[in-house]
Design a protein around this ligand. Structure first.
Ligand code: HEC
Length: 145
């Protein structure tokens, strides 16, 4: 009896250690089905969409998305846009990325993926779209889930 209690305790402690080791990191699924672990930078971490669940904002986001994003990411964010097909790394499934949270999406759309660890052709949009427009796109991506 004592021994099994000890075993349960050991499992719990090891589990807690494993959890804290990856605290704050995001698992990112990419097209190859592999996972990369990245951390949202401090400047973006914890941001939430001021336009969450705002259907008018999502409607504006849809227009921005159709013009700027669908060519690579596809109309419904599956990564199947005509310009995205041959890219390596391939545009991710935004449905999957959406689960990483508002701050992750806002960061990735703002800064793009041209630098490590992504090294992709995902453009940085912060000089092109306003913060409000980026949040409108995030509100639209939320409708993909
Ligand atoms: C030139 C093609 C291209 C365009 C245009 C483009 N993207 Fe991307 N995007 C990519 C690629 C390739 C990736 C995957 C590599 C990466 O994560 O950097 C990506 C990744 C992303 C991610 C992270 C996905 C993940 O799996 O973590 C988000 C979010 C995203 N794009 C949103 C957008 C939005 C919103 C727009 C329009 C404002 C846009 N992208 C326009 C190519 C593009």
């Amino acid at each position: 009896m004592k021994r099994s209690l000890f075993a349960i305790l050991a499992v719990l402690i090891l589990g807690a250690m494993a959890l804290s080791a990856c605290g704050g990191k995001q698992q990112v699924a990419n097209s190859e089905g592999t996972k990369t672990t990245v951390e949202v930078p401090a400047a973006y971490k914890g941001k939430t969409n001021p336009m969450a669940n705002d259907s008018a904002a999502a409607e504006k986001g849809k227009g921005i998305y159709t013009t700027n994003c669908a060519s690579c990411h596809g109309d419904s964010g599956k990564g199947d846009g005509p310009a995205g097909a041959s890219l390596d790394p391939h545009p991710g499934n935004l449905d999957v990325a959406q689960a990483n949270g508002d701050d992750y999406l806002f960061w990735r759309i703002s800064e793009g993926g041209m630098t490590a660890p992504f090294n992709s052709s995902m453009p940085a949009w912060k000089a092109i779209l306003s913060e409000d427009e980026i949040w409108q796109v995030v509100a639209y991506i939320d409708t993909f889930k």
